[in-house]
Design a binder for this molecule. Sequence first.
Ligand SMILES: [Zn+2]
Length: 335
Amino acid sequence: MERLASGTVLGAEGYVFELERRGYIKAGPYVPEVVLDFPDAVRELHREFLRAGSDVMVALTYYAHREKLRHVGREGDLEAMNRHAVRIAREVAQEGGALVAGNVCNTWFYDPADPQTHQAVRAMYAEQLGWAVDEGVDFVISETNDYLGEALIALEVIRELGLPAMVTLAPTQPDRTRDGYGYAEACRILAAEGAQVVGLNCDRGPQTMLPLLAAIREAVDCGVAAQPVPYRTDAAAPTMQALRSDGLQRAFPLALDPHGCTRFDMAQFAVQARDLGVNYVGICCGAGPHHVRAMAEALGREVTASRYSPAMELHPMFRADVSAADAVFLDAWNA
Ligand SMILES: [Zn+2]
């Protein structure tokens, strides 16, 4: 809350997507087995986001809940996976004064019409977050919520543990949650129920998430978070799931590369979101450290990785005094 009061907090997520890309997580189930199998890979990505300016190290417990681990036959590793994820995040956070966030997400198990699933979801969140609190987190992010109802269960568990809560919705549908609440209305309810930060994450890229944010900012007095995916979604394809490429039925989730946002796109988003009054600005699935650093610098910061920020005036072809010999190359580039 102190950091929000003193300016924009920068977040960085998308650990599951990036570690899948690097060969450490299986696409499909997307369970973060990497936490136990290759902890150095998780440590490294945390460090890259930290150096790029992220104020928060989010423990990689996304999909590390009982239902998902059962699917991949690793239910016995549930506690170790959750505890280690927080430990790794803490260890790296301490290298740069970042906060540590515990993390829970939609379970794919919640059914608004079936109260038994509500109890099961509550139990999954309670065990995950109990371990997270044990290992030491500063606050909890409940994210990619499709249902306000499921988000409210997460919020209740977080509040029972006495931690600040950031609860964000996945804006997959045009204007409302799967249980029928307009996004701004759902955020207003979450804020009224005690969430310190509310907002949107994942699914939409900057261009289609931005238009939803103003109404949320108007609806609440608490912090507002926006963590889009770095993909060029538009009116025709408002979510990354809707993006199509030639010859492919669906670009999501394995062939999104040609739709990716540049670092400049994300830098522009960071400024636009801040100007709308979003105070937790971040990035979700598809994020790379180059996006995060560009966002940090656009928000006026110099971060550890800024030491290696571009200096195109030193590029052999772009410098002011490009030689006559090199100019021939440049003619070809400009052809
Ligand atoms: Zn995401």
